[in-house]
Design a protein around this ligand. Structure first.
Ligand SMILES: [Fe+2]
Length: 355
């Protein structure tokens, strides 16, 4: 095809209001109402606190996590707690044993809400976390697909420890030079992890889990992706946020995708500081011989810059930065599902990511 001035348009990026970010939208209040969900009856989760896994070799895992940008908060013969530089005492917990996913853990602020969580169907007896940094109590709720979902109450908050990676860079744009007689210099190393941002599942029981989580917890879709069968729409993926009312919260803390090949955890994701630290972290992991899944690239839904890796046991873990924030006024985006909605730039999406 011949290239003419009118046929080629320069690329463009902009920060647009959430109310015009997708073509089809419905309000969160309408969605909750249409499903008969009573907002006040749900358990109020405050934030995602940490992830839990079982790993066959804690030494091999620790090598990976240090190179991934975490530090060791505590280590025993059979357990290890890794922390980021945010307020959480730890962002990743591992116990020794055959490879197993033990669930994400959401923090709850009030005793009343924690007691509500104990009554959710599938709740197991309360565990006291007396050996864990910050202590607290935890309850595991087994969801209708058998996934463990945990809530923690009473953990002491840690200190927000900023690191050398948290210096905001000034950028020089064509018409806006912010950095005068200052040169950018970097040090190679892992991308320091701030906090856990989200996790999610591929599930054979998508609709059941969507109902379970949105009716029992303050978890609400930010985006719903559908497939069409005989003119009928079926939701197949959703990115969901914590409903904190007017307070702003991450575009997604939890997600679900319909899976035709069995239910399994898809990935969990950790926040890093910025684009440069993330790229430096990518090169660092690659130089240590770890296996990349997909990245570095920029998601469309959620806007994050992403970078997915395999940990030594074959779990997918992600670094992300620069994600969107939403609140109860953000409309739910309704979109067709498809690979093309995954990234605006980055390497081609590998098959492994889509399963
Ligand atoms: Fe992610």
């Amino acid at each position: 095809m011949e290239v003419t001035e009118s046929s080629v348009k320069a690329n463009h990026g902009a920060s647009v209001p959430d109310t015009s970010a997708s073509r089809e939208q419905i309000s969160q209040a309408h969605w909750l109402q249409s499903r008969g969900i009573k907002a006040e009856e749900r358990v109020q989760l405050t934030r995602l606190s940490h992830m839990r896994y079982q790993h066959p070799d804690l030494d091999v895992l620790s090598d990976f996590m240090l190179n991934f940008g975490m530090t060791v908060a505590k280590r025993t013969e059979s357990e290890v707690w890794f922390r980021g530089y945010g307020v959480d005492q730890y962002v990743y917990y591992a116990t020794k044993g055959p490879k197993k996913f033990l669930g994400g853990v959401f923090a709850i602020d009030s005793k009343e809400e924690f007691e509500k969580a104990l009554k959710v169907p599938g709740a197991l007896p309360v565990q006291k976390l007396s050996e864990d940094p910050g202590g607290g109590q935890m309850v595991t709720i087994v969801d209708p697909d058998g996934f463990p979902f945990n809530v923690i109450f009473g953990q002491e908050t840690g200190e927000d420890a900023s690191t050398p990676a948290t210096t905001k860079l000034r950028a020089n744009y064509p018409h806006e030079k912010q950095r005068l007689r200052e040169f950018n210099r970097f040090e190679r190393g892992p991308a320091a992890v701030h906090k856990v941002g989200h996790f999610g599942y591929s599930t054979e029981r998508f609709e059941e889990l969507l109902s379970f989580y949105t009716s029992h917890f303050n978890i609400v879709p930010t985006d719903l992706l559908y497939m069409e069968h005989d003119g009928h729409r079926m939701d197949v993926t959703t990115f969901m946020h914590l409903d904190l009312g007017q307070n702003h919260t991450d575009h997604h803390s939890f997600f679900l995708g319909a899976s035709p090949i069995g239910s399994h955890v898809h990935h969990c994701s950790f926040e890093v500081f910025d684009y440069d630290t993330q790229h430096l972290g990518h090169q660092w992991l690659a130089s240590k011989g770890y296996r990349s899944v997909w990245g570095v690239g920029r998601h469309i839904l959620g806007s994050q810059i992403f970078d997915y890796w395999w940990d030594p046991a074959g779990n997918m873990v992600e670094h992300y930065t620069d994600g969107d924030l939403v609140n109860e006024d953000t409309p739910i985006g309704i979109l067709p599902a498809g690979h093309e909605s995954l990234a605006i730039w980055g390497p081609e999406v590998p098959l492994a990511f889509l399963q």
